[in-house]
Design a binder for this molecule. Structure first.
Ligand code: NAI
Length: 337
C-alpha cells in the first residue's frame, strides 16, 4: 500500500525502513518532513494510507482533502488520538488506526527520570559541573522513601509508574474513573477520590488521555487543593494542564517542582531545533525560566524498543487494512467519550 508518512524524522525513516524490509510484502512508504495539516495534505495525493504523529493536525479540513484524494486509512503512529477529528473521519468513511501500546515502560521510565532529576537537581548539577562549579547550595533534595505519589490514570503507563515508585518505598495512591482494582492492588497502590489525591500527594503524575473531560483537569482550583511544595509531572498530554495556572502556582511556591514532557501548544515547538530563534510562545518561555521546572520535548516515548514497536504495529495496521478493509487497532468515535 502507498503510505504518506508525515512529520518524518530521521529516526522514523530508520525504524520504518527496518520494519518494512522485514515484511513479506513491504509497503511503499513516502516520507514527508512537513507536519500534516490542510495545507500539506496535498502531498498525500494518491496515497491510500496516511501515517500521522501527535502534532499533525488531523482535523475535518485535513480529512476532507485526504478523503477527496483517495486516502482510506489514517494510521496513527501514536497511542493518543486527541488530535484527530474522529466524527469527521467516520462521516468521510476513513478508518483511523493507532498503536495502543508500544512501550509503556519507555514513558513510565522517563516519568521517573523526571521525578529523580527534579528532586536531586541533576539538570542543575550537570550544568554547574561543566563550569567547574561543585557547590551544593540550591541542590538540596528529599528522600523518596515514605513519600506519597498520586497517579492520575491507572492504564498501562500509570500502573508502570506506580510499580516503579513502590520500588522506592513510596506510598502509591491513584485516581481513575475506570479503576483497575486488580492491577493497582498487584503493584501495591490504593484508589482514592480526586480531592484526596490532590490533598495527600507529595508527587502527582498525570497518565490520563486528553479528552473533553480531562482538558485542564489540573487548573488553578486543583493546584490550590494540592499540598504546598508538591511536585507535578505531566507526560500525558499538554491540554490536561492549564499552563497559565502552572505559572501562578510556581510563582506562589505552591508548586515545588514541575516536570513537563508535553505542553498545550507544543505543536509549534517540539521535535524542532529552535535554538537560534526567539520563542514566540510567551507562556512556554515563562515556564522555561523557572529553576524548578524541567521540560523535555515529548521525549518520553523515545526509546529504541518503542520506535521499533511503533513501526511494527503501524505497518501491521496497514497490512491488515489492505487485506481485509479493517485495521488491527481501530479507533472509534465512542473512544472520544
Ligand atoms: P491507557 O488508555 O492505558 O490509560 C489511560 C487511563 O486514564 C485509563 O485507565 C483511563 O480510565 C484513565 N482516565 C480517563 N479519564 C481519566 C480522568 N479524568 N482521570 C483519571 N484517569 C482517567 O493509556 P496509556 O497507554 O497508559 O497512556 C496514557 C497517556 O499517556 C496517553 O493517553 C497519552 O496521552 C500519553 N502518552 C504520552 C507519551 C509521551 O511520549 N509523552 C507516549 C504515549 C502516551
Amino acid at each position: 500500500m502507498k503510505i504518506a508518512l508525515f512529520s518524518a524524522h530521521r529516526f522514523d525513516r530508520q525504524s520504518f525502513d527496518t520494519a518494512n524490509a522485514a515484511l513479506a510484502e513491504p509497503h511503499d512508504i513516502h516520507y514527508i518532513e512537513a507536519r500534516l495539516d490542510a495545507h500539506s495534505a496535498i502531498l498525500a495525493s494518491d496515497c491510500s494510507a496516511v501515517c500521522a504523529f501527535v502534532n499533525d493536525r488531523v482535523d475535518a479540513a485535513t480529512l476532507n482533502i485526504l478523503a477527496g484524494q483517495g486516502t482510506r486509512l489514517i494510521a496513527l503512529r501514536s497511542a493518543g488520538f486527541n488530535h484527530v477529528d474522529l466524527p469527521a473521519a467516520a462521516r468521510l468513511g476513513l478508518v483511523v488506526a493507532r498503536v495502543p501500546a508500544y512501550s509503556p515502560d519507555a514513558i513510565a521510565e522517563h516519568t521517573v527520570a523526571m521525578i529523580l532529576s527534579l528532586n536531586r537537581k541533576i539538570h542543575k548539577a550537570y550544568a554547574r559541573g561543566r563550569e567547574g562549579n561543585f557547590a551544593l547550595d540550591g541542590l538540596l533534595g528529599f528522600d523518596l522513601r515514605g513519600r506519597t505519589v498520586g497517579i492520575v490514570g491507572t492504564g498501562k503507563i500509570g500502573l508502570n509508574v506506580a510499580r516503579i515508585m513502590r520500588g522506592f518505598d513510596c506510598t502509591v495512591i491513584a485516581h481513575d474513573p475506570f479503576p483497575d482494582q486488580t492491577g493497582l492492588a498487584e503493584v501495591g497502590g490504593t484508589y482514592v477520590d480526586w480531592p484526596e489525591l490532590l490533598e495527600r500527594s507529595d508527587i502527582i503524575s498525570l497518565h490520563c488521555p486528553l479528552t473533553p473531560a480531562t482538558h485542564h483537569l489540573v487548573d488553578a482550583t486543583a493546584i490550590a487543593a494540592m499540598k504546598p511544595d508538591v511536585m507535578l509531572i505531566n507526560t500525558s498530554r499538554g491540554g490536561v494542564v492549564d499552563s497559565r495556572a502552572l505559572i501562578e502556582g510556581l510563582k506562589s511556591g505552591q508548586l515545588g517542582h514541575v516536570g513537563l514532557d508535553v505542553y498545550e501548544e507544543e505543536g509549534d515547538l517540539f521535535f524542532t531545533d529552535l535554538s537560534d530563534q526567539a520563542i514566540q510562545d510567551d507562556i512556554f518561555a515563562r515556564l522555561l525560566t523557572f529553576p524548578n521546572v524541567l521540560v523535555t520535548g515529548h521525549q518520553a516515548f523515545f526509546t529504541r524498543e518503542a520506535l521499533s514497536a511503533i513501526a511494527d504495529t503501524t505497518l501491521a495496521n496497514v497490512t491488515a487494512f489492505e487485506r481485509s478493509g479493517a485495521a488491527l487497532h481501530p479507533v472509534s468515535v465512542e473512544k472520544l467519550a
